[in-house]
Design a protein around this ligand. Structure first.
Ligand code: HEM
Length: 136
């Protein structure tokens, strides 16, 4: 799961950076919110999720983690694609924006529940970093 997520995350990074450079070169900031969300919901959130699943592998082995993976990775392109179209004046795309946003929200809830569920028997002392010399 962590490897698949980091590969998806860097695709969003390249898209986000390219949008940023494009805005900077053309001085057309119409898609600034698309740029921001591709970088933060795409790159940053997925890279963070990959790190969480790598540091706490038990959180990646639940059925909820798999449901989260597909809900999030279907909702993000639908939502951000809808946002880009709506920003470009295509009002008909608003349902895609709404469905995508609600999917991202629901996935966020799933991610939180999954963390509390998969780590329910763990304490701070069990955290991988807690055992490293750097933690003292
Ligand atoms: C090559 C790198 C990047 C370039 C050239 C770039 C360019 C831009 C530009 C031109 C704007 C619009 C500024 C304005 O509204 O006056 C912007 C806004 C923004 N960028 Fe970037 N950006 C880059 C990387 C990133 C990254 C990596 C992130 C986050 C991980 C990010 C997050 C944001 C956010 C949050 C905004 C504000 C959006 C808003 O005001 O709605 N950017 N960026």
């Amino acid at each position: 799961m962590a490897i698949r997520l980091i590969k998806i995350a860097v695709v969003y990074l390249v898209i986000g950076l390219t949008l940023g450079v494009g805005m900077g070169m053309t001085h057309n900031f119409l898609f600034r919110s698309v740029h921001a969300h591709v970088n933060l919901i795409g790159w940053a959130s997925l890279a963070l999720a990959a790190l969480v699943f790598h540091v706490f592998p038990e959180t990646a082995r639940t059925r909820l983690a798999t449901i989260w993976f597909w809900t999030y990775n279907v909702s993000v392109p639908v939502g951000l694609g809808g946002l880009a179209l709506v920003m470009a004046g295509q009002k008909w795309a608003e349902p895609a924006l709404i469905v995508g946003q609600l999917g991202i929200w629901a996935a966020g809830l799933m991610f939180a529940v999954n963390i509390f569920w998969a780590l329910r028997s763990k304490s701070v002392e069990d955290a991988p970093m807690a055992r490293s010399p750097a933690a003292v």
